[in-house]
Design a protein. Structure first.
Length: 337
């Protein structure tokens, strides 16, 4: 009942930006559209908003066919990467803009704007102008403005993309809390997998205009459906399936590639059954975690992440000979060309 996208395609010239996409977004959920640049995320969001018309397929909003409805009739809230606030209007006026257009009474607008200023934690700044706010504060105003009309769905296109890393991280947490309060069905475009995993209930992973996989962050991380998803979500070593690290580990050597998360490799200083010798090339200290860059005897490079505790216990040094054992690896059945 939230948003249903049924077999939607959109082509620009001969280029298929969105290619027969079907997705179901549950009422009240927060869903991230995640994928590399050019994968069709923004186009899909714009199709849901009514800013683009699909070449084929259907879009249902709250159960009703909205495929040919105008942007206004869809009743969606939209926030873009670059805050499109009106510079010459105060924050209050910006937030209340849609309500004035909808001809709400002044006293009702004042009440609603106060409520929204509280919601986005900007009470006290209502009489300022956009230029007197930080980037993060401006994006919160843009969100308040899009929520003012009580939209059926909220569509966010890289809303924090132009902000610095720290502000961006704070706003993710803030957005999640905000969503838990207002519960409006929200679709959030990002190319940042960490952001998508932290904020959303479900991820829709896109590549080349198609949906590769839909699922919760944990499902997608633990059970990636395709090599693309495995490589895109989280760090991964991609090794030939005949690599010596997989010998005696039950990996079918006829598969061409096997994916191995750096967290899923054990590193030991003494050989064990089914462990593969490797040379420790470099150690990168990432705070509480250590990244070890290694080379197997067949010349293959492998990254392993280990906790500080394990690192201290092993007392690792560059150029040391160590032994690797995969705990969990994944290979995919090759599609027929
Ligand atoms: N109006 C348009 N005319 C022509 N091509 C377009 C148009 N809009 C998008 N495209 C193309 O469609 C493809 C998908 O674009 P889209 O913006 O949906 O990708 P995206 O996944 O959101 O990427 P990004 O993360 O870089 O914004 C791109 O190759 C883009 O150049």
């Amino acid at each position: 009942m939230g948003i249903t996208v049924e077999n939607v395609s959109k082509q620009f010239g001969t280029f298929k930006a969105v290619d027969e996409v079907s997705v179901e977004i549950k009422t009240g959920s927060l869903v991230a559209l995640l994928g590399p640049s050019g994968s069709g995320k923004s186009t899909l969001l714009r199709l849901i908003a009514g800013l683009e018309k699909p070449d084929s397929g259907k879009i249902l909003l709250t159960g009703k066919d909205a495929t040919s409805a105008s942007v206004q009739d869809r009743h969606v809230g939209f926030v873009f990467q670059h805050y499109a606030l009106f510079k010459h209007l105060t924050i209050r006026k910006n937030i209340g803009f849609g309500l004035e257009i909808a001809k709400w009474k002044k006293s009702r607008i004042d009440d609603r704007v106060n409520e929204l200023l509280d919601l986005v934690q900007l009470r006290g700044l209502g009489d300022r102008y956009p230029s007197q706010l930080s980037g993060g504060q401006r994006q919160r105003v843009a969100l308040a403005r899009s929520l003012a009309i009580e939209p059926n769905v909220l569509l966010l296109d890289e809303p924090f993309g132009a902000l610095d890393a720290k502000v961006r991280k704070d706003l993710r947490v803030w957005l999640r809390h905000l969503h838990d309060k207002v519960n409006v069905t929200t679709v959030f475009v990002t190319h940042d997998q960490e952001e998508a995993m932290e904020v959303s209930d479900e991820l829709v992973v896109m590549n080349h205009g198609k949906v590769e996989q839909v699922g919760s962050p944990a499902e997608i991380y633990d059970h990636p459906a395709t090599p693309f998803v495995m490589g895109f979500i989280g760090p991964v070593n991609v090794l030939p399936s005949h690599s010596q690290i997989f010998q005696s580990n039950g990996i079918d050597p006829t598969r061409s590639e096997t994916f191995l998360r750096p967290h899923d490799i054990l590193i030991e200083t003494v050989p064990e059954a089914a462990s593969a010798p490797a040379t420790l090339e470099r150690l990168v200290h990432l705070g509480w975690e250590i990244q070890a860059e290694l080379t197997l005897e067949d010349g293959q490079a492998v990254n392993v992440f280990l906790t500080r505790e394990k690192f201290d216990e092993l007392n690792l040094k560059p150029k040391q000979r160590v032994y690797l054992k995969p705990k969990k690896a994944k290979s995919f059945v090759l599609q027929d060309a």
